[in-house]
Ligand binder design. Structure first.
Ligand SMILES: O=C(O)c1ccccc1NCC(=O)[C@H](O)[C@H](O)COP(=O)(O)O
Length: 207
């Protein structure tokens, strides 16, 4: 199971998450308590492995600004977490994660409108467009088959529920932010435990 840790704001957390086995790290450039300045993110990203997915998170940002931030930071994946259209989402030269809010099963029909490399399914917006620590009903995904799509399950995951989320929704990757924080800061122990739990089902299958 692949894991994305979102809301990275310092090099120590980034390196520790990689050491724990993270496949992707997210840097939020949208309005958020986790927002990081592009120059700061660039300094961190330059110290990270080439093959790691370094994801920039944007909400209703202009293409010009996104392109500029890709250049400054060297992120290699763009996450569009707002109301971006299918046309806008396919205008980039690096892979795109289109985030979609899932309030009910009907919302999943949007998946067919986009040609993005990845889809991140999250709860409907709260105070911010993402990172609110709230889950949606994963069983909606259980009823559908997304064999041709790379689905990233997000929203309210934590070390205690991630295995259940994976069993229910069968995603390509899981994503977490609030669930690996303590008092608003990334907690390295929780990150390690989250990744361990996300991979625990694979270990059971091997047995
Ligand atoms: O994390 C944020 O603060 C954020 C703010 C605005 C737009 C997107 C944001 N995060 C995007 C993510 O990929 C989060 O990891 C995802 O929404 C899940 O968050 P959480 O429910 O806190 O695990």
């Amino acid at each position: 199971m692949k894991v994305k840790i979102c809301g990275i704001r310092d090099i120590a957390t980034a390196l520790s998450a990689i050491e724990s086995g993270a496949d992707a790290l997210g840097f939020v450039f949208a309005q958020s308590k986790r927002r990081i300045e592009p120059e700061e993110a660039g300094k961190i990203i330059r110290q990270l492995p080439e093959d790691l997915l370094k994801v920039g998170v944007f909400v209703n940002e202009t293409k010009e600004n996104i392109d500029k931030i890709v250049e400054i930071t060297r992120i290699n994946v763009i996450q569009l977490h707002g109301d971006e259209t299918p046309e806008f989402s396919s205008a980039f030269s690096i892979p795109v994660i289109k985030a979609l809010s899932v309030g009910s099963a009907e919302d999943l029909s949007k998946l067919d409108e986009y040609s993005s490399e990845y889809f991140l399914l999250d709860s409907p917006k709260g105070k911010y467009r993402g990172g609110n620590g709230v889950s949606f009903d994963w069983s909606i995904l259980n009823e559908k088959h997304f064999l041709d799509k790379k689905i990233i399950l997000a929203g309210g995951l934590n070390p205690d529920n991630v295995a259940e989320g994976i069993k229910t929704a069968n995603p390509y990757m899981v994503d977490v932010s609030s669930g690996v924080e303590t008092e608003g800061k990334k907690d390295l122990g929780k990150i390690e435990r989250f990744i361990d739990k996300a991979r625990s089902l694979e270990r059971e299958e091997v047995k």
